[in-house]
Design a protein around this ligand. Structure first.
Ligand code: ZN
Length: 275
């Protein structure tokens, strides 16, 4: 059985770290994925000791930070900015016992047109560079393929080949339902079973029934309300031996218009049947 997790993207426009912590604890979530941009905002009025004090007495525990984006083909200036944010994430993660940071391939028209060998070579290089930084903090990287072709790494198969070549205990993969769907409408969902202990994080969501090429992250919807074969994906995730959280990750503007409490309560109700 999987645990119940919450990813802060779900209410990123209508909540805050402090409010998400309070509401996730109230509605029985086991884990939370905090967002680095929301953490930066939180630290304008709170300290790391406030965050440690919350988790010391809560059932809710931190799981993964989201996210370090556009990790491939950085210019030197882009890389410096990325490493600064990543190091902030590692230090914060170590302080509160947050095990994972999610890292995401690059999205640009130029880089997504590169061939698979170029993307493989660059991904292996940058994941090793980031793992060199993260390991002394005891933090692991979870590489998330994004199904949409605007991103340069799209499939679980492609991500697994990269992560196997990196071959470090601290580098694994995030499986996200809509990203598996955006790749090929989940035709390769069974492939997830090959991840075994390289599956670090599972993002759960559903989506509207739209053609690939039109379907986008704003069409994510509560589990069970859309067209993704979530049960098949979750079965494959469990078959890897994964027993961590299914973290509800939505980017739906409709939910950002609602009260965060209503969304977080609905999220728990909609996600629990798939655990
Ligand atoms: Zn995700």
């Amino acid at each position: 059985m999987l645990k119940l997790g919450y990813n802060e993207a779900t209410c990123k426009e209508n909540s805050s770290v402090a409010r998400d912590l309070e509401l996730c604890e109230k509605y029985g979530y086991d884990y939370i994925e905090l967002r680095l941009d929301m953490l930066k905002e939180y630290f304008k009025t709170h300290t790391i000791d406030d965050l440690k004090a919350f988790f010391a007495k809560s059932h809710l525990k931190p799981f993964a930070f989201n996210s370090i984006e556009n990790i491939n083909f950085c210019t030197p200036a882009e890389w410096d900015t990325l490493v600064e944010l990543f190091t902030f994430g590692c230090k914060t993660a170590q302080a509160i016992g947050n095990p994972y940071i999610i890292v995401v391939p690059t999205v640009t028209p130029e880089h997504c047109a590169k061939n698979e060998k170029e993307i493989f070579d660059d991904s292996v290089k940058v994941l090793n560079q980031l793992a060199d930084i993260a390991e002394p903090y005891g933090v692991k990287l979870s590489f998330e393929p994004i199904g949409d072709r605007r991103w340069c790494c799209n499939s679980v198969r492609q991500a697994l080949e990269i992560v196997q070549a990196v071959n470090r205990d601290s580098v694994g993969i995030t499986v996200d339902c809509i990203n598996v769907y955006l790749h090929d409408k989940c035709a390769d969902a069974e492939y997830i079973r090959n991840l075994k202990d390289k599956l670090f994080v599972f993002h759960i969501n559903d989506c509207e029934d739209l053609p690939l090429g039109i379907l986008d992250h704003c069409h994510r919807i509560m589990p069970g309300k859309g067209t993704i074969p979530i049960k098949s994906v979750a079965d494959a995730v469990r078959a890897c031996g994964y027993d961590g959280p299914a973290c509800l990750e939505l980017f739906r503007p409709e939910y950002w218009e609602m009260d965060a409490e209503a969304v977080i309560k609905m999220g728990a109700d909609c996600t629990r049947p798939f655990l």
